[in-house]
Design a protein around this ligand. Sequence first.
Ligand code: S3P
Length: 656
Amino acid sequence: MINYNKQFNINPSVACGDKSISHRALCMAAVATNKSVIRNLSLCKDVLCTVNCLRALGADILLDGTTATVSPIITPVDNCTLDCGNSGTTARLLAGIVCGLGVTATFVGDDSLTKRPMHRVTNPLTEMGAKFTFQQGTLFTVHPSKLTSTCHNSSVNSAQVKGAFLLAALFANGTSSYTEQVITRRHTEKMLAHFGVKVEAKGNTVFVTGGKPNGFDITIPNDFSSMAYLLALAQLKGKVLTIDNICLEAERTGFVSLLKSAGADIQYTNVVESFATIGSITVQPTKLKSFTATKIDVCNGIDEIPLAFSMALFYKGTHTFSNVQELALKECNRIEACLQLAKVCKQTASFNGKDLTLTSDGILPCNPSFCCFGDHRIAMCASVIAIANDGGSVDSTPFDVSFPNFLQAIGVQPLRFAVIGEDVSRSLSPQLMQHLSAGADVCCTYEAVSLPRSISDQELLQVIGRYDGLNITMPFKERAAKLLGAEQDSINTIGKNIAPTSTDGYGIVQALHTNGIHIRGAKLWIIGAGGAAKEAVRQLSSMDCTMRVINRTLSKVQQIAQDYPLNVVDKLENPVGVLSFVPECDWEQCLPLPDSAQFVFVAAYRGQSGLKDKAHKKGIKVVEGLEMLYHQGAKSFALWTNTETQNNYKSFLEVL
Ligand code: S3P
């Protein structure tokens, strides 16, 4: 998660190479006649997937910073698995290449990519003679076949599908043609022509004659789709901004046409034509009226529609985005994502199956908390809204999928926090920290980092050194305490300017306290003898409590009793409360709940608890582990940032 405050400073020199062109340059170099050099290559995760897949197929790709030297595939590797990660462009463009290589290859991807439509690309390639099979959990498998030139009339407007078809056509004898209803981005045809392939475009049809591209040496222009977030921020925050050496293809800049039709002042200068249209772009902020995105704007700026939608939230009026249905098939359902952005901003939006409409009063609530559905572009849209609104948060930060330097380019330097543990994939801490930081003037990120139990001390210390603040969970609490020479045996909080400590005990006491339970001097039963129970005993001993510790392994109880001889006793009748620190459905179920108990506390905040059920039946108070989680997190956050959050446990429950 990331939380923004007012801090930002657009830095147009932090750019990155065009993603679409980077994918295509790599694919073409991999099947070229000789070596190629590609400069200013995008190093985003998507493009690195293409690099790795081409390497797996037998291309020799040397990366030196943003320069790639590519020796083409000589003998294609058979039977490989190509992991396309989150990248639709990798999967679809490479489908075209692999069909021509005469090998078997299985394409796989992440959950999002596995759900995206692949028949749009396999159908036209099948017409050309390619053979595909489909197995669950994969995208598809390509089998060896001979390709023959064909004419394809496309019913989907997709540059990826066109790109795959044109790349496959390189391996077919004779001339193939691809006709589309609306001309999509023309990178594939323009680049192939530039690299010596016989290509001709007539109206909406592209003709390609089989043959290999020549090896080449190019410098990729900067990515319009990434820079669009900077242009949007400049317009929203009233800053003049010029970005140089950027790809300004008409089929990529629907966003510019759309903004201009709403009254934006955007100029191009120093425009040159090569394998792409390249130039400088300047935005002079002006007052904008309603946005109307035409079908052509949408086709020419499909990836920027959610960004235009995000900007429109700030301008009073009714805004329409026509024919946006393709957006439902992107990395997430971006139509749903836009509706959610509007909802969080308390504006009204709807989708009628074709067009997206937004009615905004231009006034956004303070510190909105967004979900980006794991989608890099939605994460950047939500970031732009948050910064333009002087604060707000996003649940995750997958910027590196397309724009690894995003935060640097917008001049945001968050404090870096994280939780580490063996498996923190279901940890609630990122959500908790999103809520806590939303109520404070702090710019920070918070990650969940799962580490293997077998990690060495040295590696563990290295991970710790990377963060401004860390929460530590099972099984590292005791190890970190020893490694860092902490006062306590078990710690959960480390920070750059604070002594390592545990806020768990504080969390318990605070949770009890806010439930009206004053614990000083109380008689209690403690169930469990692990790290959390030990920390509870430590804290409660300091508050003069008398405790009986109940646990399956007796030696652990004896150890605690030795450490706290004045407070931990063998037998204890009539406790006022029972505190459980063991996981769901454990032997805790079999324990009787004494009649004297006025409350129970159950640390595990997921799943069933026999103790809780018994307490509910008897009608006595139950203090939830979630409340302890909230208070220990709030304390860690306060220690790291020296700030108190304006939010509280009740408001956290509302956002869960
Ligand atoms: C791309 C084409 C677009 C775009 C994607 C990149 C390309 O997808 O959304 O980010 O490089 O060809 P479609 O062609 O599927 O619309």
